[in-house]
Design a protein around this ligand. Structure first.
Ligand code: ARG
Length: 583
């Protein structure tokens, strides 16, 4: 990875020049935003000169004199007020290109100190509709897990399904009084959701129904055999169907430790927190208050009301003895830290749960948990009209429904295009394009902003879409098909044309990009990179004839095509998107 190597070299140059670096200052090289002056740049001399109150250009010159980079760089310049600009040599680019076509990780270095990272994502609630929040979580979480694994971390994916909520009082009552066995068999999630909705509506109209439901819930919690059996069956049926959904999306979980798994840990956990003085009894409930250790504006246990800071405690046990979502999360953290030895836990959950996680993380830290916990939040998906997103049937947005509709639309498009592919081939391609389009529409967005869902846009062959990228991949493959397997790439490389150079440069930067995504957990950085790569490839293909060239030129160009093919496939793979050889 050029950026890391160049940064190391720059640091060594500071040392060699005998310049002592102030605390907290570490010189860095970054990819140049304006490539007219070079491929990489550093403003380290300028920043340091300001701190030391010396002339930045003179300081830059001192460093350049000691900078040992001739094996990688053909030109170093000092520009403007003291920028260092570095232009890679064609040989260095060719070397990296040779690595990309051979290496299993297409030139992406592995992390030096791998961590154990638990990724908590998807986590729908049993018998409640899976909403768009779960869709976003599923795709973002899967992509981040794939990427972390790819760069060498030990990743554990865990689906923390909501299988023990208060909704079960209503579901059990509905199960006993109005369940349609036929419908349950045909589509269990759908039937459970409609039973839940019907009972929920009934409780609103009639207090006594609510009482009956509460009674069923208490019986379940006390271990009543009949209710437990119903609950188990609901969980089993739902998980069975969910696994089909995940299977269709090529998403796997290492574990499904739902909320119910932690039941037995809740009472001891609350007792422990009371004993340690982290929690106190207040109005009969057990709660965690602020401990005053951080500034009020950073304290998750305080809120500001009319110029005054008021307590916003986190409840871990209600007055009636019931436990809460936060209690389960605290027990889950213990488990992940102790059993799985997690260094980090990533929670891919919508922005509305921000306060919940801030409180839970703070409470866990007070209990001595050292695992780094990160809430990876996201905004909402809106329909084309800017309001909440709905599918064709106008119902709640089920993940499968969305995918099915995308595949259907991609299949129709394949028929319209008709390129002599068989029906089976078209089905297969439609699956890849349809599923890929939905995932890509999600993953190409900045996760924190709301985005508009648009079928036409996501399935378009133009623009920053999955079909556009898949098409670029297909083009790289078609060249090799034309050569009928008669081509063997040799190590004979010479990058000369500007379009070749631009492509080689872009390909080399995948090494950096694959790591950058994880800095702030943003798969959209990868999507943008792949889009730019596809564009760079198209420009190269227009400027440089591949098939009619000869010798080293031909070998170099074919190697560029092969490398593009590999990086596109790997990169799309990190987004959870499969590729197709034809479309
Ligand atoms: N089931 C929750 C919901 O649908 C999401 C769970 C997220 N994970 C967690 N550990 N709290 O809102």
């Amino acid at each position: 990875m050029f950026r890391a190597v160049l940064t190391d070299r720059l640091q060594a140059a500071f040392t060699a020049a005998g310049i002592e670096l102030p605390e907290g200052f570490s010189p860095a090289v970054v990819i140049a935003s304006d490539t007219r002056f070079g491929d990489y740049q550093s403003n380290a001399a300028m920043v340091l000169a300001k701190q030391l109150k010396t002339n930045p250009r003179a300081l830059a010159q001192q460093i350049v004199d000691k900078l040992a980079v001739t094996d990688l760089v053909e030109k170093v310049t000092i520009d403007g007020p003291g920028f260092l600009n570095l232009t890679l040599s064609a040989e260095a680019l060719a070397q990296q290109l040779a690595v990309i076509v051979k290496d299993d990780h297409v030139g992406v270095p592995q992390v030096k100190s791998p961590k154990t990272i638990v990724v908590d994502f998807s986590a729908p609630n049993i018998a409640k509709p899976m909403h768009v929040g779960h869709i976003r979580s599923t795709f973002i979480g899967d992509s981040l897990a794939r990427t972390a694994r790819f760069v060498g971390h030990k990743v554990i994916t865990d689906n923390h399904v909501g299988d023990w909520g208060t909704q079960f009082g209503m579901i059990i009552h509905g199960w006993k009084t109005q369940l349609d066995q036929e419908k349950l068999k045909a589509d269990p999630i759908h039937e459970l959701v409609s039973v839940y909705k019907a009972v929920n509506a009934a409780t609103k109209a009639d207090e006594s129904v609510l009482e009956v439901c509460k009674g069923e819930l208490v019986k379940l919690q006390q271990g009543d055999a009949e209710n437990l059996a119903i609950w188990k069956e609901c969980v089993r049926l739902t998980l069975e169907q969910l696994e089909k959904v995940y299977g269709a999306l090529d998403i796997k979980f290492d574990h499904y430790l739902g909320e119910s798994f932690f039941n037995d840990a809740l009472a001891p956990l609350v007792a422990d927190m009371l004993e340690k003085g982290i929690a106190t009894i207040s109005d009969g409930a057990t709660v965690v208050f602020s401990d005053g250790s951080v500034k009020p504006e950073n304290d998750p246990f305080l809120i500001r009301e009319k110029d005054e800071w008021k307590a916003a405690p986190c409840i871990i046990r209600k007055g009636d003895g019931g436990f809460l979502y936060a209690t389960t999360d605290l027990a889950t953290i213990d488990y992940r830290a102790n059993e799985w030895k997690a260094d980090e836990i990533w929670y891919v959950v919508g922005a509305p749960q921000q306060l919940h996680f801030r409180q839970v993380f703070a409470a866990a830290q007070r209990r001595g948990v050292t695992t780094k916990m990160i809430h990876i939040a996201f905004g909402s998906i809106l329909g084309p009209d800017g309001k909440m997103f709905k599918t064709r049937s106008g119902e709640t947005v089920g993940l499968l429904e969305v995918i099915d509709e995308a595949i259907e639309r991609a299949r129709t498009a394949a028929d319209e295009k008709d390129q002599g592919l068989s029906d089976a081939e078209k089905d297969e391609i439609a699956k890849i394009i349809g599923g890929g389009a939905v995932k890509y529409a999600e993953l190409s967005q900045n996760r924190l902003t709301d985005y508009k869902f648009s079928w036409d846009k996501m399935l378009s062959l133009q623009g920053n879409t999955a079909p556009y990228l898949l098409n670029a991949y297909v083009r790289t493959r078609s060249i090799f098909r034309k050569l009928d397997g008669t081509v063997a790439l040799t190590g004979d490389l010479a990058i000369t044309e500007p379009a070749e150079r631009a492509l080689a440069m872009k390909l080399a930067q995948f090494a950096e990009n694959a790591h950058d995504i994880l800095d702030d957990h943003r798969p959209n950085l990868l999507a943008n990179y792949l889009y730019e790569l596809a564009n760079t490839y198209h420009s190269f293909y227009e400027a440089c004839n591949v098939l009619r060239s000869e010798g080293t030129v031909r070998n170099t160009r074919l190697t560029l095509c092969e490398a593009t093919s590999r990086v596109l496939k790997t990169g799309l793979g990190l987004l959870g998107i499969q590729t197709t050889e034809r479309m």
